[in-house]
Design a protein around this ligand. Structure first.
Ligand SMILES: *Cc1c(COP(=O)(O)O)cnc(C)c1O
Length: 395
């Protein structure tokens, strides 16, 4: 059965939990999205940019040294080689092109760490559409290089000074703008979260990861992999890899941010440690206190630091189709160094969580087993923080 259903539900999760003012806006988006993605001219144009601008298809690399070390075959899907250094570009290119086809005149987005802001600003520069990015004041200070990147790319930055001055306040401001200017404005969301149809749209723009992977592995190995592993923040790179293998005998493991430990507020392991609730327009799992208040999360990787998760992942977890594990900050940092030395590839801290999980399988899998890891991004953006942490550790 293909999910979601007509109302945007993955089992009991997903849907639209939104103010009245957004109902017609989301209806329009949903209807236009499903019409436009079917059109030849849209698909041709998107494929053209994915190929000549983004650099797709990305390679599937047999990590020889890592395979020798762990005792089974490890392949890396090289999303780190995408333009702007991560899988996020697959989604922003798709959505900003959709905005153009919908005749929208401006694009808005919110960003926490700034990676989605940069990917949106990039697509908007390419497609000549004005872009405004909302970002909390504290996040702007923490991620000043991304603030500079966005400005350089021509985006207008709106610094949000309300509330906690972080992502959740930036989201509120973006929605306010959207409700006010819905006629000419497109809201570009960064992961498979939010109200229907966003989880489906974002997934569908990321499915290219899994489609290519399936072709590539069949070509080199003549068979499907045994396990697919990806890190999970909102869950878009993971669902993009998993989806084309849904009906196959392939195991899925999503790896969340275990942070500093299992205590509330010390991690961002939403599926492993959260409960059902409503966040950002959808029913999903969230990290909340006993009064249902969202709690601040922690992860060494900014891209996994989110108190919710895509509703489709919750469905995959509850139905037993996928498993979700957590890797701690320390394990992720060790994996970061491990892959750098082992393969000459410096991974994003987010992707390092997936590497960390697979390292734990050493000696537990047969030597002819095939594990595919989605290397969602490259680590250049993380150099500053990793250097500081290594220096603190080594004195
Ligand atoms: C943003 C980001 C993630 C987390 O987002 P998902 O929607 O869970 O994929 C993972 N890896 C990298 C490199 C990112 O930039």
């Amino acid at each position: 059965m293909k999910l979601p259903d007509e109302q945007g539900y993955f089992g009991p999760y997903g849907g639209q939990f939104i103010p009245e003012t957004l109902v017609s806006v989301l209806d329009e988006l949903k209807q236009k999205y499903f019409n436009i993605v079917k059109r030849d001219d849209f698909r041709k144009k998107l494929n053209h940019y994915l190929k000549t601008y983004c650099g797709r298809p990305t390679p599937l690399y047999l990590a020889e040294n890592m395979s020798r070390d762990l005792g089974f075959k490890v392949y890396l899907k090289r999303e780190d080689l995408n333009h702007t250094g991560a899988h996020k570009m697959n989604n922003t290119l798709g959505q900003v092109l959709l905005a153009k086809f919908m005749d929208k005149k401006r694009v808005i987005a919110e960003t926490g760490a700034g990676q989605h802001g940069v990917a949106t600003a990039t697509a908007c520069a390419l497609l000549n559409i004005p872009c405004k990015v909302y970002m909390g004041k504290i996040d702007c200070v923490r991620q000043e290089l991304n603030v500079f990147r966005m400005k350089l790319l021509g985006a207008k930055l709106e610094v949000v000074e309300s509330g906690s001055q972080t992502l959740k306040d930036a989201i509120n401001e973006t929605i306010r703008d959207w409700v006010t200017n819905a006629n000419d404005t497109y809201y570009c969301l960064g992961s498979c979260v939010g109200p229907d149809p966003y989880p489906t749209m974002v997934r569908n723009f990321q499915i290219i990861i899994g489609k290519e992977t399936k072709e590539e592995i069949l070509k080199v190995e003549g068979r499907l992999p045994d396990v697919c592993v990806a890190c999970v923040g909102g869950g878009s790179n993971a669902i993009g890899l998993f989806y084309p293998f849904l009906d196959d005998k392939v195991k899925f493991v999503g790896v969340e941010a275990g942070g500093r430990g299992e205590k509330l507020g010390e991690n961002a392991a939403t599926i492993s440690l959260g409960q059902a609730g409503i966040l950002h327009g959808a029913k999903t799992y969230i990290l909340q206190d006993k009064y249902g208040q969202i709690i601040p999360t922690h992860s060494v990787s900014a891209g996994l630091d989110y108190p919710g998760v895509g509703p489709e992942h919750v469905f995959l977890k509850e139905s037993g189709r996928a498993r979700y594990e957590a890797a701690t900050d320390t394990e992720a940092l060790e994996a970061f160094e491990y892959l750098s030395k082992m393969e000459g590839i410096i991974p994003a801290l987010e992707s390092s969580h997936a590497i960390a999980y697979v390292r734990k399988l050493k000696g537990k899998l047969d030597k002819n087993k095939i594990v595919i890891i989605n290397l969602s991004g490259r680590g250049d953006k993380d150099m500053g923080i990793v250097r500081d942490l290594f220096e603190a550790k080594n004195g």
